[in-house]
Design a protein. Structure first.
Length: 135
């Protein structure tokens, strides 16, 4: 089973929201669902198949035991990383929706990467708590 498992069923805020009746209502709708739409699995698989050979080459150039760092600046539930292997890839990301990234961090921690999960939590706190980000 993939490390990603249970997050596959998670629905984005945008997919759960009612469609706006007009162009004028689009802005308000986007504020409500944060323009959050998760990448469909078929597209994530296609993109992963495009980049995986380059990742494999990068690992091979350094050391077979090396891990490659990947960053998604709008990570949501981590759909683009669902085909990653935590033993080969260091995953990181940012998102405006704290609940989505917290669920991803929890799952990553359960899969056996507690130190990276702690680092993600620290970054999340710095982004959401002004007192932490000033330190």
């Amino acid at each position: 089973m993939s490390w990603y498992g249970n997050l596959q069923a998670r629905a984005s805020l945008g997919s759960q929201a009612a469609r706006p009746d007009s162009l004028a209502g689009l802005h308000a709708a986007r504020e409500g669902h944060l323009s959050q739409f998760y990448t469909p699995t078929a597209i994530a698989r296609f993109l992963w198949e495009l980049v995986e050979p380059a990742i494999d080459e990068a690992i091979g150039r350094v050391d077979y035991e090396a891990r490659v760092s990947l960053f998604d600046n709008s990570i949501g539930s981590g759909r683009l990383f669902q085909f990653a292997e935590p033993d080969r890839h260091i995953l990181a990301g940012a998102d405006v929706h704290e609940a989505s990234i917290s669920a991803l961090i929890d799952l990553y921690e359960q899969w056996g990467k507690p130190q990276e999960a702690v680092e993600w939590r620290r970054e999340l706190e710095a982004l959401t708590d002004p007192d932490v980000s000033d330190q």
